[in-house]
Ligand binder design. Sequence first.
Ligand code: CDP
Ligand code: CDP
Length: 231
Amino acid sequence: MNKITIAIDGFSSTGKSTVAKQLAKHLGYIYVDSGAMYRAVTWFAMQNNIISKEHFYIDKLISNLHNITISFIFNDSLGFAEVYLNGKNIEKQIRTLEVSSFVSQIAEISEVRELLVKQQQKLGEKKGIVMDGRDIGTVVFPKAELKLFMTASPETRATRRFNELISRGDKVNFEEVLHNVQERDYIDSHREDSPLIKAEDAIEIDNSTLTLDQQFQKILQLVESKLENCK
Ligand code: CDP
Ligand code: CDP
């Protein structure tokens, strides 16, 4: 059967990565979390005193981009690929609220986007890929056979993210998580370069009231009918 490219875009905490991982496993495709790549660059900037609450040295970030190597290595026990920065596993470090508070500023920089989009396109050269992010159906894979655009209410999304952070042992309060979700929605949707918008040919899925399983079953039906058409 021909392999296809599946592009999943949408707002933060809409369940993109969860369903992308489920689909990749079910289909035997690779899964790439493009947000992890923006988070990895953010982590690099935080570690190198390029970004903090007080400053953001954009030129320093741009001139250091050649020092950033991002890779994904499949973890058998987790069942998905973890992200590495310059050979170091940073999967846990990049999921904090602090990284989330800087990442949208980093993702506005065109030089960063250019570098990461090239790598993402290379990963998808052979198809058989599920990638989630903000510009996958519009910029990275504009010819993807299946494009999904995920939404849910901000409160639902913040509750999901809050529960996730608390279960990891992070000390956060609901208000700051909600603020971060809304702030990133705004910056990501209003930036000049590759803003978060629904591709014309994307199918919108509001999963505010869907469980993980209901969401997976609904999307799997879309994938199966697409695969049937692409035979
Ligand atoms: O998991 P969550 O939805 O909260 O975010 P993520 O997918 O890890 O993405 C983190 C941030 O990276 C987003 O808020 C965007 O600012 C940026 N991003 C982007 O600009 N383009 C992408 N393709 C993926 C992420
Ligand atoms: O990748 P994205 O930021 O869009 O979301 P995610 O990391 O897949 O999901 C964020 C959290 O919401 C996870 O803890 C999911 O289990 C949860 N979720 C849920 O409970 N119900 C859904 N329909 C979708 C996601």
